[in-house]
Design a protein around this ligand. Structure first.
Ligand code: C2O
Ligand code: CU
Length: 458
């Protein structure tokens, strides 16, 4: 075939347009209603809100250091946005309406485009009216693979969620502004799911080694996670590898928004079962079951290597870093006497009428000035002082931090720290990511009723 000049021009034009065209159509992440079986067989299906038609939402899995591009398309009856929880992200992509972007109206879209610097287990969720939208199902896993993966037979993501369903209709109970929930432990449900299913089953072999990526996407439930027929280590928390894997000898807490990566060996007897359980005040219940296949893997592996560390900043000279106290106030039994909203000082009664029950340093809503105004690269400590009688899961956007332990040594890197009732916990961070970042309680009802603040890095 002979090319004419016209054909050559056309193909040249097509070639030069290609990269542009590819960039112009990122993958769509559609926020929309869907129907899913959440409750056990025999109950009706549940109407949920989803990213991409399922709960958990469409899984996102990319290699470390790569770019994630998603066009959020909002087909929900409410405006929304997406926050990429735990990613040390470019501020403009953080997904916080009124701080980093405009809310995305029904029928609207927003292009998210960011690089993932760290390997590990992360998640994404709606960040507008989160208390309702996350409870309706708007969250999904975001897994970033390390270049050298650990030696395991199966890599399972287990997203733990907590639903409040009507026992007759299996519909989500719509009492999101329930003042009792807001002022107490938050919205606790009556059905716990793993990957959107009640009591799911996974096939494993005896002696297999599993990586379990646990993500707590529930509004308020703190799981106390234990293992049966499985034996192993915590290798990462909130995405970040531990320098030394921690053997799981007893149950450990997983607060809302927290993640734990486990590497475990199946040690259950043949015909036996292994399971993931949660211990609650009124007894233990199963989260997921592992059925042991007929065939064994020949041999159980010995020992464990830590995961490769992520490129986190060096935290040094902690004792010279300024300490910023953040007092957690209010809630049932410690009712606020007063707190500020903007410039107004309101009484506890006035606040309760507005559905505000909590405060951070005397503010019952995100204040106009940042809690902390940090120079880029500075090291800071934040001391959470919990004066309430409830635990709170305090989360910083944009940065991971380390716990400062009682003896001054540093604990694991985290993005969400559980501060128990009457407890004081200190954290330290390098403010190396410029922007305006939220700091709030991840019990989403608490965040909506007062526990919301922010800090600035510039
Ligand atoms: Cu996952 Cu502002 O939170
Ligand atoms: Cu809280």
């Amino acid at each position: 075939m002979k090319f004419t000049r016209r054909q050559i021009l056309q193909s040249a034009a097509a070639l030069s347009l290609m990269p542009f065209a590819a960039r112009a159509t990122p993958q769509v992440l559609e926020a929309r209603e869907a129907i899913q079986r959440i409750a056990p067989q025999g109950f009706p299906e549940t109407k949920v809100w989803s990213f991409g038609g399922t709960v958990p939402g469409a899984p996102i899995r990319v290699p470390q250091g790569s770019r994630v591009q998603r066009r959020l398309l909002n087909q929900l009856p409410q405006p929304t946005s997406v926050h990429w929880h735990g990613i040390r992200i470019d501020n403009a992509m953080d997904g916080v309406p009124g701080l980093t972007q405009d809310v995305v109206p029904t029928g609207g879209s927003f292009d998210y485009d960011f690089v993932v610097p760290d390997a590990g287990t992360y998640w994404y969720h709606a960040h507008n009216q989160s208390m309702e939208q996350v409870a309706r199902g708007l969250s999904g896993p975001l897994i970033v693979d390390e270049a050298n993966k650990p030696d395991v037979d199966q890599d399972l993501t287990l997203m733990l969620d907590d639903w409040r369903l009507d026992p007759e209709t299996a519909l989500i109970v719509g009492d999101f502004d329930n003042g009792h929930d807001l002022s107490h432990a938050g919205r606790l449900g009556n059905l716990v799911s793993v990957n959107g299913q009640f009591d799911p089953m996974f096939e494993v072999k005896r002696h297999e080694r599993l990586r379990l990526r646990l993500i707590n996407s529930s509004n308020a439930r703190i799981f106390d996670v234990g293992l049966e027929g499985l034996s192993g280590w915590i290798v990462a928390l909130d995405g970040m590898p531990l320098e030394a894997p921690l053997p799981v000898n007893e149950a450990f807490p997983l607060a809302p928004a927290q993640r734990a990566d486990l590497i475990v060996d199946v040690v259950a007897e043949p015909q036996g079962t292994a399971s993931l359980v949660s211990f609650e005040r009124d007894g233990a219940f199963g989260l997921a079951r592992f059925t042991i296949g007929e065939q064994n893997r020949d041999q159980v592996r010995q020992g464990i290597d830590p995961l490769p560390l992520n490129p986190l900043p060096e935290l040094k000279d902690i004792d010279q870093a300024p300490v910023h106290r953040m007092v957690l106030q209010g809630g049932a039994m410690r009712w606020l006497e007063s707190a500020r909203i903007g410039d107004a000082e309101l009484s506890g009664r006035e606040l309760a009428q507005l559905g505000r029950f909590w405060a951070l340093n005397g503010y019952a809503e995100r204040p106009s000035d940042p809690f902390l105004d940090a120079r880029l690269g500075g090291v800071h400590r934040i001391e959470f002082v919990n004066e309430t009688v409830f635990p709170h899961a305090m989360h910083l956007h944009g940065h991971h931090f380390r716990l400062v332990l009682g003896d001054g040594s540093l604990g694991p890197w985290r993005d969400t720290v559980l501060v128990d009732r009457a407890q004081t916990r200190q954290i330290a961070l390098v403010a190396d990511n410029p922007g305006d970042w939220l700091l709030h309680c991840h019990m989403l009802g608490h965040a909506a009723s007062g526990m919301m603040s922010w800090y600035k890095v510039s």
